[in-house]
Design a protein around this ligand. Structure first.
Ligand SMILES: [Zn+2]
Length: 87
């Protein structure tokens, strides 16, 4: 895949663990792949659709993710909400 900063080639760089609120104090654990750019050496987390569709996000989970963690962009969050039909 391409680096989102410079367009260079990226390699896998482990995982980060995300905890997503399920609304009753419990969490779902999500492994989010990280990559590292060979050109600019930046690391970043992949938040793309291949991770999310298998999850059944509720409104609470999406809001919990926003509240608790950094997230890629407002545009992506709108896509999440749209994809998961959150009103
Ligand atoms: Zn780069």
């Amino acid at each position: 895949m391409e680096c989102k900063y410079c367009g260079g080639e990226c390699m896998k760089w482990g995982y980060r663990i995300r905890k997503l609120k399920t609304g009753d104090g419990a969490y779902d654990i999500l492994e989010v792949p990280r990559v590292r750019c060979k050109t600019c050496s930046k690391t970043f987390t992949i938040y793309e659709n291949e991770i999310l569709p298998g999850l059944h996000f509720s409104k609470n989970i999406v809001e919990g993710a926003v509240e608790t963690y950094e997230y890629p962009s407002e545009r992506t969050m709108r896509r999440w909400r749209k994809n998961h039909a959150v009103k």
